[in-house]
Design a protein around this ligand. Structure first.
Ligand code: NAG
Ligand code: NAG
Length: 224
């Protein structure tokens, strides 16, 4: 009987293919990939999983894949003069497992979408109306910013602190998009000064190098 041996070239071909395979594997830096066409979220489910369980396919219809929450202008009567209308999995359950979402952001003249970060998504956005100063700050404390007009787009790298401020004469409107069904938002000021239970005053006074009375003054604006 004849014995067959693998050609001596085999190991190098094998390792080349392995390396290519690993390099070309998609990088799961954000939400995980879906395992089926769709999984319309059952927000009422008591099961606790990473995301939401799917509602039964027999109960899914066209309404599950369309969202009209962005048709109305948001009410900007608040201390910041800006309001975010979220189109995420909580308001639009059809997004569940698909790794994407959007927000509508309305600004009164001078309005500010205050410094915040999204722990689970990078953000891209486009200005539809008005003039917005858009800026983000890196982990090295470098500030990148630009004033944008209608049709102009921006990107905020995942997790970095950023803001948008209306610097035009009238109202402003922007739409933002995220590579997560629920990007999360850590809004800097209320996160630190409005937490429940409260972060101790001496921690905040030391962190910001300010005195106790100033901590109390800021807390009074953000405590729920
Ligand atoms: C889809 O089903 C919901 C109830 O689950 C119903 O209210 C709605 O009218 C249906 N939409 C369509 C387009 O059939
Ligand atoms: C906007 O919100 C303010 C404050 O909550 C409220 O007084 C006002 O009636 C709202 N305006 C509209 C058009 O809903």
């Amino acid at each position: 009987m004849e014995t067959t041996t693998l050609p001596s070239i085999f190991p190098s071909v094998f390792y080349t293919i392995m390396v290519l395979f690993l390099v070309l594997l998609p990088c799961h830096a954000s939400d995980p990939d879906p395992l089926q066409d769709f999984c319309v979220a059952d927000l009422q489910s008591t099961a606790s999983i990473n995301g939401f369980p799917c509602k039964p396919q027999s109960t899914v219809n066209s309404s599950d894949f369309f969202f009209s929450g962005f048709t109305k202008e948001g009410n900007t009567s608040n201390p910041f003069g800006a309001i975010v209308t979220p189109g995420n999995v909580l308001s639009f359950p059809g997004l569940n497992t698909l790794g994407i979402s959007m927000n509508r952001v309305d600004f009164a003249p001078g309005g500010l979408n205050p410094p915040h970060s999204h722990p689970r998504a990078s953000e891209s956005g486009v200005v539809i109306q008005g003039k917005l100063l858009v800026g983000f700050i890196t982990t090295r404390n470098v500030f990148y910013s630009k004033v944008l007009g209608p049709g102009e787009m921006f990107v905020i790298p995942r997790g970095l602190v950023h803001f948008q401020k209306n610097v035009g004469e009238g109202k402003a409107l922007a739409f933002t998009a995220f590579n997560s069904q629920l990007s999360g938002a850590v809004v800097a000021a209320p996160n630190l000064f409005g937490a429940t239970p409260a972060v101790p005053n001496n921690v905040l006074a030391q962190a910001f190098q300010i005195d106790d009375s100033l901590v109390n003054q800021i807390k009074s604006k953000f405590m729920p």
